[in-house]
Design a protein around this ligand. Structure first.
Ligand SMILES: Nc1ncnc2c1ncn2[C@@H]1O[C@H](COP(=O)(O)OP(=O)(O)O)[C@@H](O)[C@H]1O
Ligand SMILES: [Mg+2]
Length: 230
């Protein structure tokens, strides 16, 4: 059954989130909201809990208290099958290390998430080609990842992230492995895609310059959000 569309709701609402690993508290009473189509940067030192927060949001990690709502739907109460479907249909991911499948071409990598939700092959191919054009990679359609640069790989990963029309992109250090020119290109594309398609973004980064595309910057320290400085 397709998930209902809720364009008027916040893309993400985290309330009172607590997460422990064993005896150790890693996230403490975290709350944050991202409006539909808005971008929020999350900055903080290594070990402050940023990736754990992203993993809780996408349902990979369980949490002990609080709630997470994505597009108005409460993730807490979903079973694992539903979370998986929800993740495919509502969330897009961009990682520092790209995570493209090495045996697939650029075009096939972009198509892959769409094949998991049973669209027609022609429709998937057309959408994947359109997205490769959008990220300026149509001339690399048949290349495999080992024949592409980091910047090119991340542009393809960005196309892949949006093929299922997500409402929220989770980006963990998306420019962390790129030189500044390629990083800027990826950021400009992320900003443009988020604006044009009204996709919210939660962007984890160490870098102030990367955070510039975001309306809000949250700082995290030792599992607490300690400031909102925009
Ligand atoms: N699977 C795990 N088991 C135990 N501790 C973990 C695990 N994952 C992360 N941690 C701990 O949680 C804290 C936050 O880690 P993480 O979310 O990866 O931080 P960041 O992404 O900000 O660098 C760190 O102290 C880390 O050692
Ligand atoms: Mg991390």
């Amino acid at each position: 059954m397709p998930l209902r569309s809720t364009p008027d709701k916040s893309a993400l609402r985290v309330t009172g989130l607590c997460k422990n690993f064993g005896e150790v508290g890693v996230l403490h009473d975290l709350s944050l909201t991202i409006g539909a189509g808005k971008r929020v940067a999350l900055m903080g030192r290594s070990g402050s809990g940023k990736s754990t927060l992203l993993n809780c949001i996408c349902g990979i990690e369980q949490f002990h208290a609080g709630s997470i709502e994505i597009c108005g739907e409460l993730v807490n109460t979903m079973n694992s099958k539903r979370i998986e479907q929800f993740r495919r249909e509502r969330l897009g991911y961009v990682f520092q290390s790209f995570h493209l499948l090495p045996t697939l071409t650029a075009l096939e990598n972009v198509e892959f998430p769409a094949q998991l939700i049973h669209s027609s092959r022609d429709d998937i191919r057309n959408r994947a080609r359109e997205l490769l054009r959008l990220v300026g990679m149509e001339h690399r359609e048949t290349h495999r990842p080992d024949a592409l640069s980091g910047g090119e790989l991340q542009r393809i990963a960005l196309a892949r992230a949006v093929i299922n029309h997500p409402r929220l992109i989770l980006a963990d250090e998306p420019t962390g492995s790129l030189d500044s020119t390629s990083g800027d290109q990826v950021l400009d594309l992320l900003e443009r895609i988020s604006d044009e398609k009204q996709i919210a973004v939660l962007l984890v980064t160490h870098d102030r310059n990367t955070a510039r595309i975001c309306e809000h910057v949250l700082k995290m320290k030792d599992g607490y959000i300690i400031g909102d400085n925009k």
